[in-house]
Design a protein. Structure first.
Length: 849
């Protein structure tokens, strides 16, 4: 048995209370602190000696406040009480207050526990949910189990799920959009594990199965132990801006890929209508005459586009015409009543369109190039989203148009005649090609071949510059007489080709009108120059199926008009065999001339542009017929090409020229090289390679001393043998020269297809070189191209010193032209040569070596 006195119960309780982790404060019936344990000392940050015996209100005011606030009848109450310690630190304590009656007196016992951390967490969540309830971003809070613990209203609005459906689901179930593949989900999980906030753009599916683009800011919240507790996810719907971004990207790609401008515009419209289904989109261009031209409006009926086409812009021309006119956006919320739509509302009556908002497309220069319009099926104006879309689209339209304009400008240089600004022969050929391909069955296309009567007389008697001005005026009159969709091109010299839509009647009437127009004399330098013209007309499809036949027949009809005295026109007819007969005769005569070796070669010298040294000569065919007289090679070569005689001429010319070069070698005429023209037809014959190599052997000539001049026809030839033959000839060591460069397609990519050694700038550019900046630009460009590809550049048709100086300044390599000499017979050439070499290089430029 224990000898020690029985334990004093009070003492035991006091000792036990001292040990408890919770703070314990006991107040006596007078409200004075009578007990204050160690935990209480730590909680309040005061020594018990400072509080014992003092009134609660002074010593521990927080508790006193709770006491006062506590309902008298409540025996017990629990509250969270903020405590300010003497050292200034704060905490939140959860205080359980008990009143204990002992007899007729009451003591109070407060048990307090530090809950600062819990309180902070709870408070944050409260604030968060307050904030989350207000924000329009979707908020989702996941528990540590990654299941949804909370979603706000915006979230349920955005995704269409009800809150009850969401709670307890795994977050990733919700992100089961199309792109949220397994991989995406795993990636998201990994990123969440990293306990760092991150952003994702996700493609999610809403309750109705619609896919949305959302921006998710994902904030995993770490617990004290480093594990992830809650994850707070903030979602914004970026479907619209994402669509816009994709639209921009796709359109830019189309622009970069050089898609035609109307296709780019159609793409823009279609995409806009896909992302803003309430909108009908249209893009119009404003042309040089300030008229509206539809570029794209895929959802507007065709009759609207047709009706709008050509409408001049103005101060009250619907939304678009007015926007283009004012240079600022025009919002018409009700086209029924708006005065701007007075003249147009009837047209749109059937479309269901009620409102239209149009913005001008401005280029970098500030110029209005077109309009971009939104049509609405209800009376309304644009939304903020619409404004955003339009801003983006205006930029895209501007880019597309500027790029297109830049390309057009380049194309104009390559495709237009430098003197008259009309489309050139290349452009003509392309257009004919397109028109014939696009012609509907039964649709007629007319070809007018127009040749100025006695133009040669003007040129010869009054000079080229007067001739040129006459041509410019004629071109202007032709253009003025025709509709914009009709094509007028300068075919060459004083020849123009016009392509018209419509039947014979229109062609005949127009031809008559053109002749009439041209008959009014042109005044140049105070002189009245008559300018009559003869026109021949051929009709597609009746007179031919392809451009060559059609042009040939129009040409034949033109000759017919000429032989009728000029200033008139003729349709091509089957019986129209005047020319055909002449051709037949001429063809027979040519055949005979070849057989009898009546063709001759003349040689035109080529000299070094800087040193003046003789570099070579071009062999040019000549034919003088006993009855027809001198027939120009332009004529008989074309004839030979048509009648199959060209092969014989080519073979003869190569042999003749090579033989001449060898003869000159023996005679001490040091001619480094000779150039021979071959037609494209030759290259279809693979035997040409053999023929060339045999000829060189026969005359014991180095292949390098022979240059063969080819035209783009060889490169363009659909027959692959042509390119092969050209390559094989180059393999022999023979040089290839690209003749008439700058007139045809002259595409650099074609140059790359053939091993060319030399470029000959077409002589047409020389004539314009002095006064025409385009011609200067072309010549400069050709020389630069040649230099950069290490090609020798020959300028032919050089007639004047100033042309020579211009070329020398650009470091052109070789000159050929009347300035140096015309084509000369072999005997003439020899004396020219001896004379030239004996002179002290008279053509050298000052300062040139
Ligand atoms: P091409 O090959 O471009 O020949 C240059 C033409 O320009 C020659 O006309 C020449 O006389 C002319 N020319 C030279 N310098 C000047 C100048 O300073 N001013 C002017 N206004 N003209 C100048 P040509 O001899 O009448 O030859 C015309 C075309 O006939 C040639 O143009 C060529 O395509 C073709 N041709 C000539 N000979 C032959 C040949 O043997 N075979 C083939 N296939 N074609 C030939
Ligand atoms: Ca030539
Ligand atoms: Ca040429």
């Amino acid at each position: 048995m224990d000898e020690r006195p029985a334990l004093d119960a009070e003492g035991v309780v006091v000792a036990a209370l001292e040990q408890v982790l919770d703070a314990i404060v006991v107040a006596d019936p007078d409200g004075r602190v009578m007990f204050f344990n160690g935990a209480a000392e730590r909680t309040w940050g005061v020594d018990r000696a400072e509080v014992i015996g003092r009134p609660l209100g002074q010593a521990l005011p927080e508790l006193a406040a709770m006491l006062l606030g506590a309902n008298g009848d409540a025996a017990n109450s629990v509250a969270e009480v903020p405590i300010l310690r003497p050292d200034g630190s704060r905490l939140v304590a959860s205080v359980a207050l008990s009143r204990v009656r002992i007899g007729d007196r009451t003591i109070q016992i407060a048990v307090a526990r530090d809950v600062t951390d819990d309180a902070r967490g709870r408070n944050e969540l409260r604030l968060l949910s307050l904030a989350a309830g207000e924000t329009d971003r979707g908020v989702m809070i996941l528990g540590a189990d990654r299941r949804v613990a909370y979603v706000n209203d915006a979230f349920t609005r955005m995704l269409g799920y009800r809150r009850g459906e969401m709670i307890g689901r795994t977050a990733l179930e919700i992100f089961a959009g199309r792109s949220a593949s397994e991989a995406t989900i795993r990636r998201l999980e990994r990123r969440m594990d990293a306990v760092r906030a991150f952003n994702e753009e996700l493609f999610v599916r809403d309750a109705s199965g619609r896919n949305l683009w959302v921006h998710a800011a994902i904030n995993p919240i770490a617990e004290k132990n480093g594990e992830i507790g809650n994850i707070v996810v903030l979602l914004s719907d970026i479907t619209e801006s994402k669509h816009l971004q994709i639209l921009q990207r796709d359109v830019l790609e189309a622009v970069a890929n050089d898609q035609p401008v109307d296709e780019v515009m159609r793409l823009i419209c279609e995409r806009v209508e896909a992302v803003a289904p309430e909108v009908i989109c249209s893009v119009l261009r404003v042309d040089g005459e300030r008229r509206l031209r539809p570029l794209a409006a895929p959802s507007l009926p065709d009759y609207i586009n047709k009706a709008v086409d050509g409408v001049p812009i103005g101060p009250a021309v619907g939304s678009c015409g007015t926007a283009a006119y004012r240079g600022e956006p025009v919002v018409v919320t009700d086209i029924e009543t708006d005065p701007l739509w007075q003249d147009f509302k009837a047209l749109y009556a059937q479309t269901g369109i009620k409102a239209c908002w149009s913005s001008p497309i401005k280029l970098g220069s500030g110029k209005v190039a077109g309009t971009f319009a939104f049509y609405f099926r209800e009376k309304r104006g644009p939304s903020a989203w619409h404004e955003q879309v339009v801003q983006a689209c205006l930029d895209l339209c501007m880019l597309a148009i500027e790029r297109h304009t830049a390309k057009e400008h380049i194309a104009r240089l390559a495709y237009s005649d430098t003197l008259t600004g009309l489309p050139n022969r290349t452009r003509l050929r392309e257009t004919i090609h397109e028109r014939l391909a696009a012609a509907a069955p039964g649709e007629d296309v007319a070809f007018l071949f127009l040749d100025i009567d006695r133009f040669k007389d003007v040129n010869d008697t009054l000079g080229h510059s007067v001739g040129d001005r006459l041509l410019v005026e004629i071109a202007r009159r032709l253009r003025a007489q025709l509709a914009p969709e009709d094509l007028v091109s300068r075919y060459g010299g004083d020849e123009f080709v016009i392509v018209l839509e419509g039947g014979r009647a229109r062609a005949g009437m127009l031809a008559a009108a053109l002749i009439e127009q041209l008959l009014a004399p042109v005044v140049i330098d105070g002189m009245l120059l008559p300018a009559s013209a003869s026109i021949g007309i051929s009709m597609f499809p009746a007179d031919g199926q392809d451009e060559d036949t059609l042009l040939k027949h129009a040409d034949a009809a033109m000759y017919e008009a000429k032989s009728a005295g000029g200033a008139t026109f003729r349709f091509y007819t089957q019986e129209m065999n005047g020319l055909a007969q002449e051709r037949l005769m001429l063809g027979a005569a040519l055949r005979e001339a070849i057989a009898r070796r009546q063709l001759r070669l003349h040689y035109q010298p080529q000299i070094d542009c800087l040193s003046g040294e003789v570099r070579g000569a071009e062999a040019l065919a000549r034919w003088t017929h006993p009855i027809f007289g001198e027939v120009s090679p332009a004529r008989f070569i074309a004839l030979a090409e048509e009648s199959g005689l060209i092969e014989a001429i080519g073979q003869w010319a190569i042999n003749e020229a090579a033989g001449q070069l060898a003869a000159w070698d023996r005679a001490g005429i040091e001619l480094p090289a000779i150039s021979v023209n071959l037609s494209a037809v030759h290259f279809r014959n693979p035997d040409l390679v053999q023929l060339v190599s045999r000829t060189l052997e026969r005359h014991k000539l180095d292949p390098e001393r022979l240059t063969i001049e080819i035209t783009e026809g060889v490169i363009m030839d659909a027959n692959p043998a042509a390119l092969e033959t050209a390559r094989a000839i180059h393999e022999l060591g023979v040089k290839l020269s690209l003749d008439d460069f700058g007139t045809g397609y002259s595409s650099l990519s074609y140059l790359a297809r053939l091993p060319i050694d030399e470029l000959k700038i077409d002589r047409g550019f020389m004539r314009d070189l002095e006064h025409d900046r385009n011609a200067q630009a072309v010549v400069t460009a050709v020389i630069r191209i040649g230099q950069s590809l290490s090609l020798s550049v020959v300028a032919e048709g050089v007639e004047t010193r100033s042309q020579q100086q211009f070329l020398a300044a650009l470091k052109c390599d070789v000159l050929q032209g009347f300035l140096i000499s015309r084509g000369l017979s072999p005997a003439e050439f020899e004396s020219w040569y001896r004379n030239y070499v004996s002179r002290t290089a008279p053509l050298r430029l000052p300062g040139a070596a």
